[in-house]
Design a protein around this ligand. Structure first.
Ligand SMILES: [Ca+2]
Ligand SMILES: [Ca+2]
Ligand SMILES: [Ca+2]
Ligand SMILES: [Ca+2]
Length: 291
C-alpha cells in the first residue's frame, strides 16, 4: 500500500515537473520569418525575392501602396487566395528597370477573406488605390486611405456594387454581375476619366458593358461616387458557345436578351486594337468607343 502511494506521488511529481518545463520551453519558442538568405540562379546571379513562395494563378495590379509617388505592385493569387504586395524600387542607374521588393509586412493593410479575383484601381481619383474583389456573383469596392505611409481600407462595404439597369421602364438599381470564375476588364475604356468595366454575363456567353456615369452626370469625370450604367449585355457583338469554346462574332452573333437601347455602344464605332500590347483581361482585346 505504502509502495503504491509512493509510486503515485512520484508519478504526479514527475508530471508536474515535466509540465512546468514544457510550459517554460513553449514560452521561449518564437517563430519568425527569416528571408535574408541569398539564393543564386544557375548563372550565379542573385535572385530577387526568392522566398516569395511562387505564384500559381496571379492577378497583377499597379498602385502606390505607401504614398511615396512610386507605383508598387499588388498581386492576388487565385490559388490559395493569397495577397502579395511588392514595393516598387526605382533603380539608381538611369534608364535601368525598376525592381520590386516583396513586402509581406504590408499584407495586413488589406482586408481578409478575399477570394477568386482582386484588382486595384483608383475609383474616386484621389491617387489612392481602391480594392475591387469578387463577392458571390458580383463584386465589392473598398476605398483606400493612406495613413502612416501605407494604404488602409478602414470601411468595409456593406453590399455588392449596384448599377443602373434599364429594361425599358427606366433605371432600376440592381447588383452588377461579375462571376467568381471571371476576371473583369476594368479601366477607363472611353477615356472620359471614370472607370468602365467589361465582364462576362451570368451564363458566360456574352459580355456586359458597365459605363461610368460620372462625366455625363455633370460631376467630375472621375467622381467621388462611382455610378455605373449597364449599357450593353451583348457588348462587342460576340458570344461564346455554352458547350465548347466556339466563338460567334459579327453576323453569326445572337443576342437573345439585352437592356433597353444598347445601341449606345453598338451605334458607336468600335476599334479593335489587335496589338498584343492592347490585351486586357478576359476580353483579350482593347476596345475604343468612338461616338
Ligand atoms: Ca509606392
Ligand atoms: Ca481612390
Ligand atoms: Ca470611362
Ligand atoms: Ca463616363
Amino acid at each position: 500500500m505504502i509502495s503504491s502511494l509512493a509510486t503515485r506521488i512520484l508519478c504526479c511529481s514527475l508530471l508536474l515537473f515535466v509540465g512546468s518545463r514544457l510550459t517554460q520551453a513553449q514560452s521561449l519558442i518564437e517563430f519568425g520569418r527569416w528571408d535574408t538568405v541569398a539564393v543564386f540562379g544557375e548563372g550565379g546571379e542573385a535572385m530577387n525575392n526568392p522566398w516569395t513562395g511562387g505564384l500559381t494563378a496571379p492577378q497583377f495590379s499597379a498602385g502606390d501602396l505607401d504614398g511615396d509617388g512610386v507605383q508598387d505592385l499588388f498581386v492576388f493569387d487565385r490559388s490559395g487566395h493569397r495577397i502579395l504586395p511588392f514595393q516598387g524600387c526605382p533603380s539608381a542607374v538611369p534608364e535601368s528597370p525598376m525592381t520590386y521588393l516583396y513586402r509581406p509586412d504590408w499584407r495586413n493593410a488589406f482586408p481578409e477573406g478575399i477570394q477568386n479575383w482582386a484588382l486595384l484601381r483608383d475609383a474616386n481619383c484621389d491617387d489612392v488605390p481602391d480594392l475591387f474583389h469578387n463577392s458571390q456573383s458580383g463584386f465589392r469596392i473598398w476605398y483606400g486611405e493612406t495613413t502612416n505611409d501605407l494604404v488602409a481600407y478602414p470601411e468595409a462595404p456593406s453590399t455588392n456594387v449596384f448599377g443602373n439597369w434599364d429594361f425599358g421602364t427606366g433605371d432600376q438599381q440592381l447588383p452588377l454581375i461579375c462571376l467568381n470564375t471571371d476576371i473583369p476588364a476594368l479601366d477607363d475604356f472611353d477615356g472620359d476619366g471614370d472607370l468602365d468595366m467589361v465582364t462576362w454575363t451570368e451564363t458566360s456567353s456574352t459580355l456586359y458593358a458597365y459605363t461610368g456615369r460620372g462625366a455625363t452626370e455633370g460631376s467630375v469625370g472621375c467622381g467621388d461616387t462611382l455610378i455605373w450604367d449597364v449599357t450593353n449585355r451583348c457588348f462587342g457583338m460576340l458570344n461564346e458557345a455554352t458547350e465548347n469554346n466556339d466563338l460567334f462574332i459579327g453576323e453569326d452573333h445572337t443576342c437573345g436578351f439585352n437592356v433597353a437601347d444598347p445601341r449606345l455602344e453598338l451605334r458607336a464605332r468600335i476599334q479593335h486594337h489587335a496589338s498584343c500590347r492592347g490585351h486586357r483581361g478576359p476580353v483579350g482585346a482593347r476596345w475604343r468607343w468612338t461616338p
